[in-house]
Ligand binder design. Structure first.
Ligand SMILES: [Fe+2]
Length: 383
């Protein structure tokens, strides 16, 4: 699977990851070959890139944490709520959220080895609902790892799904501003936790734990967050979990003002905040449930080989099973082979290979170092 900028997507390329529309429904399913009309439409809708199947890792099954049906239900519900820009939600919406989160918890409980994989690619329009659903999934996985009970997972899930609902009151031009926010604009944004709490107060069946997540997801362990500057045990465990999930999904998603970070770099940001911004115990659990090297992505190994990630053994996020597609001596291999890094302890993962470098490798059969514009050629197929 490879992330290809929309300008480089060619007719016939096969979609590798579901593409969702702004109202949460499915636009293109995996396995479909794109037509020139589809590419034009995706460009119009503002998709910066899509994941395509490059034929090298097409047999690898990416184990999604929740079923596609549950994701569409969740996406659609969040979209309805966020696009209505209502100051109060109808009380019956609470039941709909409960139903969808019950399904998410069931999906997660049904699959004991599930790990969160790559985020979906967002447009400005679908960032908000994708983000809400992703934060909910990441929070539930972390909560499960922490040993929370089902009723506690429900509180956590409700809060995580609705954590940014207060943003409906923030002017759209501020939310979508590509540059740095002014002090005044930032103050507007900082109102969203309190506004969110007021918006959900009318929902039937909303518990204190969920309201706490909406209010406290920008609080930080060391007291540096907002709106109340709470620290350590003043912040609920649910909010501590959602804070980690929120930051991780935000930095690994495309935003108006910057491109997405690879998951290993995103996890680096979270790890750097351990014990200061984030609760260490929460991070330990989060780390076990997020694929640092997602299935279907490409990595560089310590011996210079480039490999596709096949799967990650539970509890060993840094030791995935990989398929080597290229070596420094031979360039692209005619017959890729597998390495189980959990058993080959002398070889480690160096980094995720950037998309543009993988594209170049596949097109030319050459391995480049660092993937910068001034690439250093190490080897190629033709000697
Ligand atoms: Fe927020």
């Amino acid at each position: 699977m490879r992330r290809v900028p929309i300008s480089k997507v060619k007719q016939g390329m096969k979609v590798a990851k579901c593409i969702y529309s702004a109202n949460g429904s499915i636009l293109i399913r995996p396995g479909v070959g794109v037509s020139s009309v589809m590419v034009k439409r995706l460009k119009q809708l503002g998709f910066p890139a899509i994941y395509v199947d490059d034929g090298l890792l097409s047999d690898i099954e990416i184990d999604e944490v929740i079923t596609e049906q549950t994701r569409v239900m969740a996406n659609t519900l969040v979209h309805q709520v966020m696009s209505s820009r209502a100051n109060k939600l109808p009380d019956k919406k609470g039941e709909e959220f409960k139903d969808v989160i019950t399904k998410m918890i069931e999906d997660i409980m049904d699959n004991p080895f599930s790990m969160a994989q790559l985020s979906d690619i967002n447009t400005i329009d679908n960032y908000t609902f994708n983000h809400s659903v992703n934060v909910c999934i990441l929070s539930l996985l972390t909560g499960k790892e922490l040993g929370l009970r089902r009723d506690q997972l429900m509180e956590l899930g409700m809060g995580a799904m609705l954590h940014d609902v207060g943003k409906v009151v923030v002017p759209i031009h501020i939310l979508n501003k590509p540059g740095r926010l002014t002090e005044q604009e930032f103050q507007e944004v900082q109102k969203h936790p309190r506004d969110g709490c007021s918006i959900i107060s009318s929902l039937k069946g909303i518990g204190d734990g969920a309201s706490q997540v909406v209010l406290e997801h920008h609080e930080r362990y060391d007291g540096s967050g907002y709106p109340n500057g709470y620290s350590e045990d003043k912040i609920s465990i649910y909010s501590k979990i959602a804070a980690v999930a929120d930051v991780f999904d935000a930095v690994t998603s495309d935003r108006v003002y910057r491109k997405s970070m690879q998951p290993d770099k995103g996890l680096g940001i979270i790890m750097n905040g351990a014990g200061s911004q984030f609760d260490f115990k929460v991070i330990q659990c989060f780390y076990k449930r997020v694929a640092v090297y997602p299935s279907g992505s490409y990595i560089r190994l310590s011996n210079g080989e480039i490999a596709g990630v096949v799967e990650t053994p539970t509890g060993l996020p840094l030791n995935p099973t990989v398929r080597v597609i290229s070596t420094t001596e031979e360039g692209m291999l005619k017959q890729p082979f597998e390495r189980r890094l959990a058993e080959e302890l002398t070889i480690t993962v160096k980094e995720l290979v950037p998309d543009h470098e993988v594209e170049k490798l596949i097109a030319t059969g050459k391995i480049y170092k660092n993937g910068s514009s001034q690439m250093e050629k190490l080897t190629n197929n033709n000697g």
